[in-house]
Design a protein around this ligand. Structure first.
Ligand code: CS2
Length: 498
């Protein structure tokens, strides 16, 4: 058997007849963008758009230098370095067809936890125009119920005491901006690509809170010079599996140690608000708009919330993937009703978007049988996702007298899941959540105190004090503890209680 070809710059000519490869001269590309958090999503989304741009136009100044801040990022850094920062994007269509393409827009990677200084210097260089972020919802370090910055975070405490040896994104950004200011260089743009409502405003708020504690004058300069565009980002990107790596080897004779798989759908709606220039991403499909809020809210409250609805109910039931849930009519119907009866009534209209089509398309995307999106990924860090994805919808429906039953059952299911750590068959669930211990502790009080789970104020705020919610939730959680077969409770919501 012929040996597989290792993914490397020098092997691209050999690979070009097997799959799409960068058509630009990568040796000419400079890193105008530094990106913190090079996970699958960055690689299927921003790096993909930028690769398209480089293939189609002259955009050499907009290459990406990846940055990892945690020791856990060492693996991706090592693999990318070995592969000249190239990787394969495996786009899986619902009909089973697959498009493979090698992405070349990332041209370097630096690990900040080993030595922060070179990373700070790189951010402070004149050639850096944008620092973009996918640091997850939790990475913004705010209390989800109050929205205030958490100064008790050990990383933040460390960075305030050691401004030249930071650990957190806030520490790195502040140190780099300080250098730029001292050198008389223009500020870079800070571009959030996380699933947070008003992600740019949030990045601005938390960075300023941090910077004010460190250097009030610098904070003022940041406030006036740095732009933080809000954006809605979208592409479903499941976790890469060994089977994906094997597929490239078997089908294409290509050795890529960490490819990325994703769905064909992609969307990026961005506010045109940049401090120091930007790539023309609109020429490859991104949309620049004056106000991104309605797009963000629609996506977070329908797609991301829809994922959480299926993720938590499905985990309890014993489903493993999102497409597995959609193949189950009860779950697909429940999701659609949640979207129609609870999420949509509290959404503002979105210019140019027919919400019915958007929802049809979401159900189709979720049902893509080739995107085996694991429920463990969906439920990961639910404590930082649910306040914005789902609880916001409940609160708005309580205020307007709308329906809350569909979403409330999900909170009751989350309580049971956090308490038992198993599905309804007693099989263990993989739960990864920064607040796991706190959630578990609160949930275990449920049998004696039905509202016990809602004591986690950072997640629920004052929700327990709302009489309508407390009543609905109490009856649901009690019924669930008596009989954990979630499908029966979903049916009760769908068809009314007997
Ligand atoms: C998911 C998102 O993490 C989650 O809960 O809903 O990762 C989702 O797949 C992306 O936002 C899709 O754009």
């Amino acid at each position: 058997m012929k040996d597989s070809i290792a993914l490397k710059q020098k092997n691209l000519p050999q690979l070009a007849d097997k799959l799409a490869c960068p058509t630009y001269d990568r040796s000419q590309v400079k890193a105008g963008i530094i990106h913190i958090g090079v996970g699958g999503f960055h690689r299927s989304h921003q790096a993909y758009y930028t690769d398209c741009l480089m293939n189609e136009t002259d955009a050499n100044e907009w290459g990406i230098c990846g940055v990892g801040l945690r020791d856990a990022d060492r693996k991706i850094g090592d693999i990318l370095a070995k592969q000249d920062y190239l990787y394969t994007l495996i786009v899986k269509h619902p009909d089973g067809s697959i498009e493979n393409r090698i992405i070349g827009s990332i041209i370097d990677f630096m690990l900040g936890c080993d030595d922060p200084l070179p990373v700070i210097d790189r951010m402070a260089q004149a050639s850096t125009k944008i620092v973009s972020l996918t640091i997850t919802e939790g990475g913004y370090n705010f209390n989800p119920a109050t929205g205030e910055f958490d100064f008790k975070n050990p990383g933040v405490k460390h960075d305030l005491a050691n401004p030249n040896h930071p650990q957190t994104a806030f520490g790195f950004l502040t140190a780099a901006l300080k250098q730029r200011r001292a050198a008389g260089l223009p500020a870079f743009t800070i571009q959030s690509c996380d699933n947070i409502q008003h992600n740019g405003d949030m990045a601005r708020k938390v960075l300023l809170a941090f910077a004010r504690q460190q250097d009030a004058e610098l904070a003022e300069w940041i406030a006036s010079e740095v732009r933080f565009p809000n954006a809605m980002v979208d592409r479903i990107t499941p976790v890469t599996t060994p089977a994906d790596i094997q597929y490239l080897d078997t089908e294409l004779g290509l050795k890529d140690e960490w490819p990325v798989t994703c769905e064909p759908f992609i969307q990026w709606v961005i506010e045109d608000n940049f401090s120091n220039g930007r790539p023309n991403w609109e020429s490859v499909g991104a949309q620049f708009v004056p106000d991104v809020s309605p797009y963000e809210t629609m996506k977070l409250r329908l797609l991301n919330a829809g994922h959480s609805v299926l993720g938590l109910l499905g985990s309890l039931h014993g489903h493993h993937t999102i497409d597995g849930c959609i193949a189950d009519t009860l779950f697909a119907t429940y999701l659609r009703r949640f979207m129609d009866f609870e999420a949509t009534p509290v959404l503002d209209p979105v210019a140019g978007i027919d919400l019915d089509n958007y929802k049809d398309c979401l159900i189709e995307r979720f049902g893509n049988p080739n995107i085996k999106d694991n429920l463990a990924r969906i439920c990961l860090e639910s404590s930082s996702k649910l306040p914005k994805f789902l609880i916001a919808t409940i609160k708005e429906n309580l205020a307007s007298g709308g329906s809350i039953e569909y979403a409330t059952l999900v909170i009751a299911a989350w309580c049971y899941y956090s308490d038992k750590g198993t599905n309804q068959k007693g099989e263990p669930l993989e739960i990864i959540d920064e607040m796991k211990t706190e959630l578990h502790k609160a949930a275990t009080g449920t049998p004696g105190t039905p509202l016990s789970f809602l004591k986690v104020k950072a997640v629920f705020g004052d929700l327990a004090r709302d009489k309508t919610f407390a009543k609905t939730y109490t009856s649901m959680v009690q019924a669930l503890y008596e009989n954990p077969r979630i499908a029966q409770h979903m049916q009760a919501v769908l068809f009314g209680r007997q």
